[in-house]
Write a protein that binds this ligand. Sequence first.
Ligand code: PHE
Length: 322
Amino acid sequence: MERIDQIKKEFFEHASQVSMPEQLENLRVRFLGRKGKVTEAFSLIKDIAPEIRPRFGSGLNQLKKELEAHYEELKQRLEDSAENEDMLDVTLPGRKTFPGRKHPLLKIADEIKDIFHSFGFTIEDGPEIETDHYNFEALNIPKSHPARAMQDTLYITEDVVLRTHTSPVQIRVMEERKPPIRMIAPGRVYRRDTPDATHSPFFHQVEGLVVGESVTFADLKGVIQAFAHRMFGKDARVRFRPSFFPFTEPSAEYDVWFNGRWMEISGAGMVHPNVFRAVGIDPGKFSGYAFGMGIDRVAMLKYDIRDIRLFFDNDMRFLRQF
Ligand code: PHE
């Protein structure tokens, strides 16, 4: 029985030193292996007095169980710590984080703001949910006017609409401020259009309005030309085509040529006298020009994007390119 206690003591002494798999294997071979101390002790049984043989036998069996259990525990502990070391492997390459970035439309809107800000324009804001009055009436588009059909919208009530353009911000600013006015107003607008490569039920515009005592169409052309050069570079060209808007007279649309193609960017014109009257500005004394530029169009031209829906799908493969 002393022999049993001795083996046990030796085993635990050695076991307490084990910190590597090879040491653990040595321990196993020395005590539990085919020629190990426990196996060796079993071979003593036959030489032992029959009276104490059962006690010795069961003592040995118990010893064997106890040592095996401890061996298994040590083995598990070594495996666990090996896993922990993997987790702390400082030689692994760092995990890449993906920093957020601006949506291409926001980037273009920021550039447009910077450019006009440098021309001395203020930056204004207006509601996306508008009244019929600001979206249509005050802009010289009465209820029965066919121009309403061109900008058919989503009505919230009979009098409240999702704005179809940023032009109502012109009215809001002119109601509050006397000329001279030189402002832009970027924002989201809505139309009842079926989505395709060039149409989306919502898109973005930046309104421009300049009012003063002798503002002319030549000023409009000069500012737009300067804008195009800043946005697209010196090779960009601008062309104006006659058009119609109820709130400007004369009216035009302009296209920008860049990167081998013309793109219609905007409507524009000289502020209609009725619009001035609606906000209490004397059309005999003041004149002004306005434009409503498509931010999405500017972005499509600048980045050579052929389908407007890409801006709103939020596919990371697209967005990551900017
Ligand atoms: N509001 C017009 C549109 O959305 C664009 C425009 C703005 C035209 C200002 C003339 C002057 O189509």
